[in-house]
Design a protein around this ligand. Structure first.
Ligand code: IPE
Ligand code: IPE
Ligand code: MG
Length: 257
């Protein structure tokens, strides 16, 4: 306990660093390929991929990233063979159990997006316990997306709006965003997908509209601190316009006619 408290005192959040994405969301892809390239069963790749999370959280903290959102299991991943699904779910449960002390010491506040419904109650309980235990940490917000699908999230929001009998004339983007799992997170600035893929597969469809995108050519277990730094460096060179003009542009914004 003492160690945790002492560590927390050193965890005052730093000023956001110039050019550093505040919220990075990663599609951790390529575990199966990583294993297959080594002649190993796919489950070894999931094991190596889960181990990699610790390394990337640490690297993200060092870079000054404030929000890190990692996609570990999609609603569509239930379509995989039952034994692979079982392995992935057990690895998530085991890593929460094993890593919680260390994450707490690092000042990480845990979040979950996706549905806990339909999961093993012990796992759901462990997630809720981890969120509760780390709720006052303020160095990085680590959101685990599992049993997460973008369409499922939007449908869930629509159902809750209807259940609340919200007056349609009051529904705007800000209100709708309050009904999403990410209601207390800023939109991602940078989405990274590993394994050289160029698709979103349903990741944060509402939230990622103005995110920058980077496809890393390595499988997730090989994505280390250098690769994260590279993604952040690419991001720092991008010009974000949000539908307007580039900052510093000499042209005057046109008044709507
Ligand atoms: C990512 O790796 C982990 C999950 C989707 C659960 P994959 O298992 O998708 O690996 P590949 O894409 O088959 O190599
Ligand atoms: C997306 O990867 C989901 C996660 C990384 C958890 P998939 O491997 O499931 O995506 P597709 O099927 O190749 O699009
Ligand atoms: Mg994949």
């Amino acid at each position: 306990m003492t160690t945790v408290e002492q560590t927390h005192t050193t965890h005052a959040r730093q000023e956001p660093r110039r050019g550093v994405p505040r919220h990075v969301a990663i599609i951790m892809d390529g575990n199966g390929r990583w294993a297959q390239e080594r002649g190993l069963p796919r489950t070894f790749g999931h094991d190596a991929g889960t181990e990699n999370i610790r390394r990337i959280v640490r690297a993200a903290v060092e870079l000054g990233i404030e929000y890190l959102t990692l996609w570990a299991f999609s609603t569509e991943n239930w379509n995989r063979p039952a034994d692979e699904v079982q392995t992935i779910i057990s690895l998530i449960a085991r890593s929460i159990e094993r890593e919680l002390d260390e994450l707490d010491r690092e000042g990480a506040r845990l979040r979950h997006i996706g549905s806990l419904g339909g999961l093993d109650p012990q796992l759901a309980g462990a997630v809720i316990g981890a969120i509760e235990r780390t709720r006052d940490n303020d160095r990085i917000v680590l959101t685990l997306a599992f049993n997460y699908g973008g369409r499922a999230e939007i449908l869930h929001a629509v159902k809750r709006l209807l259940e609340d009998r919200v007056d349609p004339t009051t529904v705007d983007e800000a209100l709708f965003a309050q009904y999403l799992h990410t209601h207390d997170l800023p939109d991602p600035d940078l989405i990274v997908r590993t394994a050289g893929e160029f698709r979103f597969s349903g990741y944060l469809p509402w939230q990622a509209v103005y995110a920058e995108y980077w496809s890393a050519p390595v499988n997730w277990p090989d994505f280390g601190a250098n690769e994260l730094r590279e993604a952040a460096a690419v991001y720092a060179r991008r010009v974000r316009k949000f539908g307007g003009l580039a900052p510093g542009s000499t042209e005057e914004a046109q008044e709507p006619s």
